[in-house]
Design a protein around this ligand. Sequence first.
Ligand SMILES: Cc1ncc(COP(=O)(O)O)c(C=O)c1O
Length: 226
Amino acid sequence: MATGMSLTLCFLTLRHKRPKARYIIWPRIDQKSCFKAMITAGFEPVVVENILEGDELRTDLEAVDRKMQELGAENILCVHSTTSCFAPRVPNRLEELATMCAKYDIPHVVNTAYGVQSSKCMHLIQQGARVGRIDAFVQSLDINFMVPVGGAIIAGFNGSFIQEISRMYPGLPHPGCAHHPAHPGGQRLQETPGRAEEGEGDSKDKSIQVKLRSFQNGACWLLLLK
Ligand SMILES: Cc1ncc(COP(=O)(O)O)c(C=O)c1O
C-alpha cells in the first residue's frame, strides 16, 4: 500500500458517501501512480491544466470552479490535489481549493507524497484545513521514512473518516500504529501506545513514530505498510 493504492483506498471510501459521483477533479501533475489511483478506483479524472505564472505552473482556480459548476457537486467524488511535485509545477493552491471544496461541499484528498518533509507543504495542509476542507492527505513511507517495502500514511482531521478508511483496508494496519483513537474535530496528534513506546518495537517503528510527531497539525493517521 504505497501512495497510489492509499489514494485509491481514500476514493473507494468516499464512494460510499457519494454514490452518484463519477468524477475526480485533478489539477494536473505528471506522475503516473496518482493518475492510476483514480482509474483503479473506477472514477473519471477531470484533468485541469495548470497556468503558467512567471516560470511556475500554478493551479487554475477559475477552471476548477467552472468544472465544479459544470459537473455538479454531487457528481464529483472529490478534488484530488498535490503538494509535492517536480519543478516547474509548484504545490497546488491548497487554501483556495479547500475553501472551494467547503463552499460546494465536495471532499478534498491531498497527495503529499513527499510533503511531510517540507514545512511549507505541511503548512499548506494546515491552512487548507483551517480555512476550508481537507478530508485526507497521503504521504509516502518509502520516500519519507525509507521503509524498504513501500507504504503510506493516510492522515486527516476527522477521526471517524480515517476509521472508515481503516475499515476498508483489506488487511491489518501496522500493529501498534493503527489509526489514532477517534477524536472528532481533530486533536493534536498523539502516539498510540505501541511496540515502539514499550521498547519492544524495532528501530523503524520508533523512527516512524518520532517523525510523526512532526505533523503537529491536529491530524489523526493510519499507517499502511506493504
Ligand atoms: C507526486 C507523487 N505521488 C506519488 C508518488 C508515488 O509514491 P510511492 O513511492 O509511495 O508510491 C510519487 C513518487 O515519486 C510522487 O512524486
